[in-house]
Design a protein around this ligand. Structure first.
Ligand code: ADP
Length: 446
């Protein structure tokens, strides 16, 4: 087992990983930008190293500075969290080349799944169903037209290197295909430095259902069930549930069997998430994330498992030590992503938190690095807290979520707590009756 882990991240996820390390008796090294010198993840770490100025490219994405910090402090492994360097295959390679362990999958699998065209090809080859679409990259407008005619409008043009919902354009009919194709390419080039695009059938009423996987280095793979992440704004998740109100235990088992068999064939290791769109009783794979997800806590509450602890254990070479039949699913869990944004306009609201009171009580969990007096910096993601509730039934979880949101006080900056309060009180949400398009309409007042 590792003695010391460097956590190459900030905010709530850096704290989350520290907590798992501490419970395993592993010391922690925090890295931080000059803007984060007072941050909670720095205060609570055993050691900390400043790795650069505020912009992420000079600090949290500064590979030489992070590797130097690991060398200076004598860390033997690096946990990347999510975002930043977590899906950077060459970083994973460099960590290994420096004699450290990267807590995550192999660089080869990170690279494969980071290219969504390669990911779809690999998944199809091991028996995972896909959303109908182009056979690989769209090389020109003509092949975009032909593919759209073959699969039928509406279609979605997506960036091969995509992430965060960027580089995606819908074409509803032939008149829109040229603009969609050109815009998707331009946006991909600007956002990802890579203008390869592909096409999928645009599904009109899917749910986003994803499956949590964990694999050791010895060929054992289990799943921890599904999460329903259909509540999205601009293709970004806002609220997540485990399990999905739309999926039965039989469907969960079947999907889990397909996914774990596929990853066993690929020789995948550590944590991963397979994302699917679910419509008319069919699951279709869209992408795989080769890292811990923001929404992992709902799975942890449902299955009573510490996924970060499992990541660390298997990265150190330990066996999973349990089988699929040992994984149990109890009750229902919901997570709200609370961001420093105006709850109506979604304009970011960095600034000083003058007072802070987090909810508590039975079945309530807060993953956050906030404290009274903290200054939310303008440089990074606006996520400031995740509120997670767990209860015996979905209805009880919703009631618990409502009262926890009512207790939650973040003073000094605007947050999206009022948006979550509105969602929780909505009858359609309460009925579990929503698709990926629901929240956009809800926010627009429709
Ligand atoms: P990213 O990596 O940018 O997040 P994804 O491929 O994971 O992109 O898609 C993000 C979201 O976009 C999905 O959760 C879903 O809401 C929507 N989406 C993606 N593909 C389709 C599709 N073929 N039809 C309809 N919606 C889609």
């Amino acid at each position: 087992m590792f003695q010391k882990i460097l956590i190459a991240n900030r905010g709530e996820i850096a704290l989350r990983i520290q907590r798992a390390c501490r419970e395993l008796g592993i010391s922690t090294v925090a890295v931080h930008s000059t803007a984060d010198a007072e941050a909670m993840h720095v205060r609570l770490a055993d050691e900390s190293v400043c790795i650069g100025p505020p912009p992420a490219k000079d600090s949290y994405l500064n590979i030489p500075a992070i590797l130097s910090a690991a060398a200076i402090t004598g860390a033997d492994a690096i946990h990347p969290g999510y975002g930043f360097l977590s899906e950077n295959a060459s970083f994973a390679d460099m960590v290994d080349a420096h004699g450290l362990t990267f807590i995550g999958p192999s660089a080869e699998h990170i690279g494969m799944m980071g290219d969504k065209i390669a990911a779809k090809t690999a998944m199809a080859a091991v028996g995972v169903p896909l959303v109908p679409g182009s056979d690989g990259e769209l090389l020109d407008l003509e092949s975009a037209r032909e593919t759209a005619a073959r699969i039928g409008y509406p279609v979605l043009i997506k960036a091969a290197a995509g992430g965060g919902g960027r580089g995606m354009k819908v074409a509803r009919d032939t008149s829109e295909i040229e603009d969609a194709y050109r815009l998707a390419r331009t946006e991909s080039r600007t956002a990802f430095g890579n203008d390869a695009v592909y096409m999928e059938k645009y599904l009109d009423k899917p749910r986003h259902i994803e499956l949590q996987i964990m694999a050791d280095n010895h060929g054992n793979v289990v799943h921890f069930g599904e999460r329903d992440c259909s509540l999205q704004r601009r293709h970004q998740k806002v609220l997540e549930e485990a399990g999905s109100p739309a999926i039965s235990a039989v469907q969960r088992d079947a999907l889990g069997e397909t996914a774990t068999a596929a990853l066993r064939k690929l020789g995948y290791r550590n944590a991963g998430t397979l994302e699917f769109l679910y419509q008319d009783g069919q699951f279709a794979f869209i992408e795989m994330n080769t890292r811990l997800q923001v929404e992992h806590p709902v799975t942890e509450m449902l299955c009573d498992v510490d996924l970060v602890r499992e990541q660390i254990r298997v990265a150190s070479g330990q066996l999973l030590g349990y089988e699929q039949r040992d994984v149990t699913f109890n009750g229902h869990a919901i997570e709200c992503r609370i961001t420093a944004e105006d709850p109506v306009t979604f304009v970011p609201t960095p600034g000083r938190v003058t007072a802070y009171h987090a909810p508590g009580g039975l079945g309530v969990r807060i993953d956050s690095a906030l404290y009274a007096g903290y200054f939310v910096p303008p440089y990074y993601d606006s996520l400031i807290a995740k509120l997670i509730v767990h209860a015996a039934t979905r209805e009880a979880a919703i009631n618990r979520l409502r009262r926890a949101l009512d207790e939650f006080a973040v003073v000094g900056i605007k947050t999206t707590i009022p948006l979550h309060q509105r969602i929780v009180n909505d009858p359609e949400f309460q009925a579990g009756d929503y698709t990926i398009h629901w929240l956009e309409k809800f926010v627009a007042g429709g």
